[in-house]
Design a protein. Structure first.
Ligand code: KIV
Ligand code: ZN
Length: 388
């Protein structure tokens, strides 16, 4: 596999589904899994099998239905969790067990009341046990974002020696700055002797709005898997947004990093996830928000109408969005007004537009957005007046 390929690990059905009120039933999860497969993700984290019979069933059914994608089940570093996950994943062509334990001193003390050495023992034992069931075992070092780097390196080395094929370095609390997260990945790359035997994975939360930036910093420093969700859904402020990291890698060709995602499916799957999980997408959300391709200020509209690349770095078609919109508000100029009239089939000359623009501004000042029906009325009134 080329070293510039970044694997996309989708956790919409696991971390994404942890959003309060977003619970999905098995049928909904299967439908989404099939869409994620079509999208081109490499790994689907289908759930946490021991957490409930419903989650077990979902992981089990998805494992038997999807064909080309790795199906992953989450576990704690606990024997029963791993056995149950292995059972749920039995029908999968490519099963992966994702097991792990806290790695920061805060977690080690407050969650586990353990020592660092005990954490290494429990982590390696979990990986060894999981390897008895599947060849592909991912280890997560929970709260790695706040972990001591030398200890993290020892833990990562030990779990790789125990058989981990992927090492996940989660910024569980979304605490790191991009350069700090990048440095963590670089440190592991340079100081863990057996690091070339595993793929490093980024799993970043968005508590400070840095999940996407941190994941990109991670792959720049050598990580080759990003864990993310559609629309950035997930615990608290969410996870890294799939559509954002994929488009960043596609836009920044200088990074020479690629994914397998069919980007034209990004907007359709965003809408599907939003509807199924009953979680509206914020209008200004990058790539998939309703305003991601809307232009409303006069300066931007004028530039955009002259040449789209002045204000758009992505062609909406490339991400399956509706074509760009020129929204008419009191900030719009004559160029935008003439363009919108033209779209309605009216060909007005410069003088007409000067007169119409004054009337347009009166309407625009009285409401947030001037709609198609307002333009139609304005044009009809003007034409009647000039013919008479
Ligand atoms: O945020 C996190 O640390 C997680 C792990 C369970 C991978 O979701
Ligand atoms: Zn998480």
């Amino acid at each position: 596999m080329a070293d510039n390929r970044v694997f996309i690990f989708d956790t919409t059905l696991r971390d994404g589904e942890q959003v309060p009120g977003c619970k999905l039933n098995t049928t909904e999860k299967i439908d989404l899994a099939l869409k994620l497969e079509e999208l081109g993700v490499d790994i689907i984290e289908a759930g946490f099998p021991i957490s409930s019979p419903g989650d077990f069933e979902s992981v089990n059914k998805i494992a038997s239905i999807v064909k080309d994608v790795t199906v992953c089940g989450l576990t704690r570093a606990v024997q029963k969790d791993i056995e149950v996950a292995a059972e749920a994943l039995k029908p999968a062509r490519r099963p992966r067990i994702h097991t792990g334990i806290g790695s920061s001193d805060i977690h080690i003390k407050h969650k586990f009341n353990a020592t660092r050495e005990e954490i290494i023992e429990r982590g390696t034992a979990a990986v060894k046990l999981a390897r008895n069931f599947v060849d592909d075992v991912e280890f997560f070092a929970e709260d790695a974002g706040r972990a001591d780097i030398e200890f993290l390196a020892r833990l990562v080395e030990a779990v790789i020696a125990a058989g981990a094929t992927v090492v996940n370095i989660p910024d569980t609390t979304g605490y790191c700055l991009p350069h700090q997260y990048g440095e963590k990945i670089a440190y592991l790359k340079n100081n863990v002797p057996n690091i070339d035997k595993a793929i490093i994975s980024c799993h970043c939360h968005n508590d400070l709005g840095l999940a996407t930036a941190n994941s990109i910093a991670g792959v720049i420093e050598g990580a080759r898997q990003i864990e993310c969700t559609i629309n950035g859904l997930g615990e608290r402020a969410g996870n890294t947004s799939l559509e954002e990291v994929v488009m960043i890698l596609k836009q920044h060709k200088d990074l020479n990093l690629h994914t397998n995602i069919n980007t034209q499916l990004l907007n359709p799957i965003s809408r599907l996830v939003s509807e199924t999980m009953r979680m509206p997408v914020q209008p200004n959300k990058a790539i998939v928000g309703a305003n991601a391709f809307s232009h409303s200020s006069g300066i931007h509209q004028d530039g955009f109408l002259k040449e789209a690349i002045t204000y758009e770095i992505i062609n909406p078609e490339e991400v399956g969005a509706e074509s760009s919109k020129i929204v008419l508000t009191a900030r719009s100029g004559r160029h935008a007004l003439a363009y919108r009239f033209q779209k309605l089939g009216f060909q007005f000359n410069r003088n007409d537009i000067d007169v119409l623009y004054k009337e347009f501004l009166k309407i625009a000042d009285s409401k947030k957005e001037v709609m198609e029906e307002d333009l139609q009325q304005l044009a009809n009134k003007y034409q009647t007046a000039t013919v008479a």
